[in-house]
Design a protein around this ligand. Structure first.
Ligand code: SF4
Ligand code: MG
Length: 329
């Protein structure tokens, strides 16, 4: 079953009196029990995508086209009052910095218990019991005795465990993890990612894992969406992407291997960087950095299916039959 389907989503920003598309025709889906990674350099649209799904776009931005379907319901036009409920109960969220999700003046236990009372209607004592069970599930040692602790009394890794307990408290359909381990040291990173894998294996939750780190993609995702300049440029299983990337941008990313854990903003194999939003070209947004750019690339490339029904797609004129010839004319 599909837990999330994004269909031709366009998110538009008003910048200096002009509309700019921060996301164009973004389409993909996340199945039950699946981890879909969204990967790309900073500025590629990953966080804009997460904010579009969660209804947390800044005032200058709006979804101008397309759909966000959670389960079987379109939510892209829901008012904030509805989205607030959906975010608490049906979509769990984990951000890079755990303190953005935690309130420093309340105990961690009360913060985990709150959504259980608000969304699931548990009594105070039931919520406390369930919150402690959740703290145990995310492997916070001596959970019962830490119920009354405050966020500042936890280490960064333990705080992220608290956020995960909070995110999964109401058994969401979808978990959005936006760079969940970027702020943590490598050992703790691995523990947190392993924990997310385990939690997901135990339930039907789908996970959207937003990361700039290809090692995390390789180790923890089932499928990958590669983004560039607000476009989905490639969608593939992890295996297909690492074996046979089709888009010149994805190829360049993978050419940086084996130094996979290096920040993508420092990639030496692709000169240049994602242009600022207001300067993105109308056609292929990778055109200025692409070694294969042709005249036709000034037009938005279509999405082409590669291989045999593995859902491997690429948005690039190189893969369009006769695309090069269209450029000759
Ligand atoms: Fe390069 Fe053209 Fe493909 Fe864009 S569409 S990635 S410019 S070949
Ligand atoms: Mg980001």
């Amino acid at each position: 079953m599909t837990v999330l389907r994004i269909d031709k989503l366009r998110t538009t920003l008003r910048l200096g009196g002009r509309d700019c598309d921060a996301l164009r025709e973004v389409s993909f889906s996340v199945a039950e029990g699946e981890t879909l990674a969204i990967v790309g350099e900073s500025g590629c649209g990953k966080s804009m995508l997460a904010m579009s799904i969660m209804g947390l776009l800044p005032a200058v931005a709006r979804i101008s086209e397309g759909r966000v379907i959670l389960g079987s319901r379109a939510i892209e036009a829901e008012p904030e009052s509805r989205m607030e409920k959906i975010r608490g109960a049906e979509i769990g969220m984990i951000f890079q910095e755990p303190m953005t999700a935690l309130n420093p003046v309340f105990t961690v236990g009360s913060q985990i218990a709150e959504p259980l009372r608000d969304h699931l209607g548990l009594s105070k004592s039931e919520a406390r019991k369930t919150a402690i069970e959740l703290m145990e599930r995310v492997r916070i040692p001596a959970a019962a005795s830490r119920f009354e602790s405050y966020p500042h009394e936890f280490s960064g890794g333990m705080r992220q465990r608290v956020v995960i307990a909070l995110a999964i408290a109401c058994r969401p359909k979808l978990l959005i993890a936006d760079e969940p381990t970027t702020a943590l040291d490598v050992t703790v990173q691995r523990q947190i990612l392993d924990l997310l894998d385990t939690l997901q294996e135990q339930g039907e939750m789908g996970m959207l894992l937003i990361t700039h780190n290809l090692a995390i993609v390789a180790g923890h995702a089932d499928r990958v969406v590669v983004m560039y300049g607000g476009d989905v440029v490639e969608t593939a299983t992890v295996r297909d992407l690492f074996r046979a990337p089709g888009h010149p941008y994805a190829r360049a990313l993978l050419a940086s291997l084996p130094r996979v854990d290096r920040d993508l903003s420092e990639l030496a194999s692709i000169p240049g960087r994602v242009p600022p939003l207001a300067m993105l070209p109308d056609g292929c947004r990778f055109i200025d950095r692409c070694p294969h750019a042709m005249d036709i690339c000034n037009r938005m490339p279509p999405t082409v299916e590669l291989g045999e029904g593995q859902g491997h797609t690429v948005r690039c004129w190189l893969h369009v039959e006769g695309g090069e010839h269209a450029a000759d004319g």
